[in-house]
Design a protein around this ligand. Structure first.
Ligand SMILES: *Cc1c(COP(=O)(O)O)cnc(C)c1O
Length: 360
């Protein structure tokens, strides 16, 4: 079976070493030494000021929204994983969809201004598939209308923008370390900000608002993560340059073997150092995706239609009409891409796809 993605598993001996330490210390969670070590390593690795390790990438979005005190309407993308939208609704705000750019698949800045009302407080934009949003334009609009910006950077470990980690942009950036992500900690996530006040607020929020055992600083939630998860993160991080390098090689190889296939790839944004987190391809129409997916599945290959359907079709949000997102959602397919996917397997996938397009 060839799935769309497979979690990277580090050498088991590496993990066992950390587990022995956990047994010795008998400290399993609540801001333990491995959590601290992971936070420090990530800050150094990414060259960022503040990083809080959290339970997952969804609670990261929720804490970011809460910590920035967002209310009313939040402009967001309909082309993302459902957590981007559901977190906004969960925090009592109203998502307002703005359509995406057909090339980059990210929020189209030219369409943002017309969606701003007196109720708008923020923009939550996803750097889709690890490809940078038009950060400069979004920043300018945010400044002009006094809006906060959160980047859902769940896909972005290893992506740079203008030579720095992309996580360094926005009022807050959030990341996911779910097992399916390129850098993972089994479950996990985090928030990144430059603002020391916001990071302090988020640190309280992650731990029920505890200031001391008996004192609370505002409302909080359980957003913490454990020593076991941090241990996995430390092991994976150890191998991250190899993981990134491998993704790049495999992506370049797909480019070669699929060059005669009639599909297009999203355009990488200017100034973006791409992390090759996913391999999305866009077909001419929905029929061709369905046909290709069926042919692959018959051969035990399971690509995924990320992100289908467009989030504008969710039954708990308003749909203002986002034709570009609707069209991309119905005609996109993410091909298998993970650390131990072999060139032979890639060849096999390409052969089936080309045959399907040419002869069936
Ligand atoms: C994975 C993902 C999330 C959620 O992260 P979890 O760690 O699974 O909670 C949010 N946004 C996007 C774009 C994602 O891909």
């Amino acid at each position: 079976m060839i799935p769309v993605t497979k979690p990277y598993l580090p050498p088991v001996e590496d993990y066992q070493k950390y587990i022995q330490g956990i047994w010795q210390r008998q400290w399993l969670t609540n801001n333990g030494p491995l959590v601290n070590k992971l936070e420090l390593k990530l800050k150094n690795h990414l060259n960022i000021d503040h990083f809080l390790y959290l339970g997952n990438g969804t609670v990261a979005l929720q804490i970011a929204i809460k910590a920035l005190g967002l209310k009313g309407e939040i402009i967001t993308t309909p082309f993302s994983y459902v957590a981007t939208t559901s977190s906004i609704v969960w925090e009592g705000c109203k998502p307002v969809f703005v359509d995406i750019d057909e090339e980059t698949l990210n929020l189209d800045p030219e369409k943002i201004e017309q969606a701003i009302t007196a109720e708008t407080t923020a923009i939550i934009a996803t750097h889709c598939f690890g490809n940078a949003c038009d950060i400069d334009s979004i920043q300018n609009i945010a400044k002009k209308y006094n809006l906060k910006v959160i980047y859902d950077a769940a896909h972005c470990f290893g992506t740079t923008y203008k030579g720095k980690s992309i996580l360094d942009y926005g009022d807050v950036s959030t990341i996911s370390f779910h097992a399916t992500k390129l850098m993972h900690t089994t479950e996990g996530g985090g928030v990144i900000t430059k603002d020391p006040k916001i990071v302090k607020r988020m640190a309280y929020m992650r731990n029920f608002g505890h200031d001391s055992p008996f004192k609370f600083n505002g409302v909080g939630i359980n957003g913490k993560n454990s020593e076991f998860h941090a241990a996995m993160g430390l092991c994976v991080l150890e191998n991250i340059s190899e993981i990134l390098e491998r993704r790049k090689e495999q992506s370049k190889y797909y480019d070669v073997i699929l060059k005669n296939l009639q599909v297009r790839k999203p355009t990488i944004t200017e100034n973006c150092g791409y992390n090759y987190a996913y391999y999305p391809i866009i077909f001419e129409n929905k029929e061709m995706v369905v046909k290709t997916q069926k042919a692959l599945e018959k051969n035990n290959i399971f690509p995924r239609r990320y992100f289908y359907p467009s989030l504008s079709t969710l039954d708990y949000v308003e749909n203002p009409g986002t034709p570009v997102s609707d069209k991309i959602s119905s005609s996109i397919l993410c091909l298998p891409l993970y650390y131990d996917l072999s060139a032979e397997e890639q060849d096999f996938i390409a052969r089936i796809m080309i045959r399907t397009q040419n002869y069936e």
